[in-house]
Design a protein around this ligand. Structure first.
Ligand code: E4P
Length: 218
């Protein structure tokens, strides 16, 4: 299972890359805004900086919602670097654009997916990745993980090549459950990745090992 970091913050990307476990980056317009990145040139420059920091894929999201605009924007984003993946929303015009990008050899990430029916459309259009949002479904009092199990099963039934990129991840349990479900990728904030390290018995065990060593070795 690949690990992507879900941020536009360069320091956090560097920190995750330094851990040696980072396979890529996802961003969205809200994450870019959080970093104060505004204006087309700055946005393109920021994506270029991120793309240089990692070997893996970097999802850069379009803002347009009509076909021609999505294609224009997507081509510009794809030209930034070979590891840029164009992130396109799950809307009618978006699916049409993903299909066109597939023909053009431009890789895509279909975002804002909340049902397996939508995920079928993304795969049919040839999306490289599909991004189901687990946490936002949980927020509606439903179970976001059900969606991951469904999509993984449907894609396996038909041998769809689209990779399941579990997004809107909030907890270590989400990550473990995604691994159990067979998701290809999880994208999470740095804090959630760091949460994976934690177990009280590890801390207690290490403290005891060091104390025992120090008893004899000073
Ligand atoms: C990533 O591709 C998504 O945009 C992101 O995971 C959404 O996460 P959120 O629901 O925490 O905003």
């Amino acid at each position: 299972m690949k690990f992507f970091i879900d941020t536009a913050n360069l320091e956090q990307i560097r920190e995750a890359a330094d851990m040696g476990i980072l396979d890529g980056v996802t961003t969205n317009p809200s994450l870019m805004a959080k970093e104060g990145i505004a204006g087309k040139d700055n946005i393109l420059r920021h994506y270029a900086a991120i793309a240089k920091m990692v070997d893996g894929d970097v999802s850069a999201e379009v803002i347009s919602t009509e076909f021609e605009g999505i294609i224009r924007e997507g081509q510009e984003l794809a030209e930034i670097a070979p590891n840029i993946v164009v992130k396109v929303p799950m809307i009618r015009e978006g699916v049409k654009a993903i299909s066109k990008f597939t023909e053009m050899g431009i890789r895509t990430n279909c975002t804002l997916v909340f049902s397996s029916a939508q995920a079928i459309l993304a795969a049919k259009a040839g999306a490289t990745y599909v991004s189901p949002f687990i946490g936002r479904i949980d927020d509606t009092n439903w179970d976001g993980m059900d969606l991951i199990y469904e999509i993984v099963e449907i894609y396996a039934n038909y041998g769809f090549a689209t990779e399941v990129l579990a997004a809107s991840i909030r907890t270590s349990k989400h990550i473990k459950d995604c691994a159990m479900a067979g998701a290809d990728v999880v994208t999470c904030p740095l804090k959630t990745i760091e949460g994976l390290f934690k177990h009280p018995l590890t801390d207690i065990g290490l403290e005891k090992f060091l104390a025992d060593y120090n008893k004899l070795n000073g």
